[in-house]
Design a protein around this ligand. Sequence first.
Ligand SMILES: [Zn+2]
Length: 285
Amino acid sequence: MSIKILPIALLTVVFGFVLGYIPGLNEHLHWNLWYVVPVSGLLFGMAVGGMQFAACYKMNQPMGKFLIFYLSLISLLGYFSVDYGIYKSITIEIKDAENIDDGVYALSDVISFWEYTKLNLGSSSVKTRYGTDTMEFGAAGTTISYLADMLGAALAAGVALGICRQKYPFCLPCQRYKQRERKYDLLFKFEQSVADEILKGIHQQMKIGVYSQIVAHLQDIASKHFDKKGDIKISVDQRCCPLCHEATFLGSVRRKSGSDWNEVNDLKFRYNTLPELVEKELAEV
Ligand SMILES: [Zn+2]
């Protein structure tokens, strides 16, 4: 594991804290469906996973399976820091309590974070900093939904990182993320024979593997198929390593149903190829 993971961990924790500290927003950060579907946890995990990946991309840190695992664990810590942010932002009004004057207090002046966490986990017996034994804070979340939230955050972060890993190819020898050179979107009205022919042509060129011919072919078919009312879209993302110029072409096919575009998973493709220039240079050696 690289030392680069430390700033990402810090970023995750600060992000969680700030999110928890924002009044109004923080009321929605433990939103569950039927107590066990952790909607907020999942959304938080996806946002954190995306952010963590963006940081790795900037630092050219490859996204290995272990790193995905560690970053998912760190997102748990991030979700915990959301609670710390909420805890620091809450004020409560106290009236007629033993040993405490009436008034509005920051929650963190009244109970410790540990007691607050116990409250979140469903405990009704909470010690205040002023020595009164218990305080009633109304309905608290249950342990199960709290744990489901945290698990949801970790899983969603892992899934988001895994998706980014697929979408952003990395050049291992150069230790660089490949950068988009161009994206081709072919749009046309669905006809099986037309779709088959286009895909067959793309796969043929990709297998031959000559960079300039692939690009010329993609430009040619993209200029012929751009019917805005089309209900099938073939996209090819062309990314190149900035150092050795190795190219990766990521292809996807989407069908329109109603107003939604659904990806056809079986038709995804991915090809790596060397640019002609590099091939020529290699041939001359
Ligand atoms: Zn490279």
